[in-house]
Design a protein around this ligand. Structure first.
Ligand code: FES
Ligand code: FES
Length: 158
């Protein structure tokens, strides 16, 4: 089996590695780069827990091969808060709305909201809630997550 040398920027830091062609981006982020905030649940594109941002777009890292992300800018949940520890607006909204319980789904939810509310994007509350159709949460009943979406829109972060 042939290995491939890859290089990408993860949370602002360059990361290189050697992977098999079949290695998923999620496995690379967790096992090679150590970003264990990337949660792998179903590993076939259903639960959304593994969502990260690649070149500005939220993607399921279990469905992307690490070699496909070669040369990309990747952000995981570890890269959202600023270096002093101030939470990203999405993290703060989730905290304020009690949008998590066990937290397994949370990094994926946060990364989807972060991608949709980045920079000049102005999603509606309905658009944020619709994006949650790609995330399974076993704990919250989604009400706190819906409230976080409302906070993001009304608070001007979105
Ligand atoms: S682990 Fe990727 S969608 Fe579930
Ligand atoms: S908070 Fe437990 S799965 Fe969502």
């Amino acid at each position: 089996m042939s290995d491939h040398s890859i290089s990408m920027t993860i949370n602002g830091r360059r990361q290189t590695g050697t992977v098999e062609a079949r290695t998923s981006l999620g496995d690379f982020l967790r096992m090679d780069a150590g970003y264990t905030g990337v949660h792998l649940g179903c590993e076939h594109g259903v639960c959304g827990a593994c969502t990260v941002v690649v070149d500005g777009r939220a993607v399921r890292s279990c469905l992307v091969l690490a070699v496909q992300a070669d040369g990309s800018e990747v952000t995981t949940v570890e890269g959202l808060a600023d270096p002093e520890g101030t939470l990203h607006p999405v993290q703060q909204a989730m905290r304020d709305s009690h949008g998590l319980q066990c937290g397994f789904c949370t990094p994926g939810v946060v990364m989807t909201f972060a991608a949709l509310t980045a920079e000049d994007c102005k999603p509606t509350e309905d658009e944020l809630i619709a994006a949650m159709s790609g995330h399974i949460c076993r704990c919250t009943g989604y009400q706190g997550i819906r409230k976080a979406a409302k906070i993001l829109v009304e608070g001007g972060a979105a």
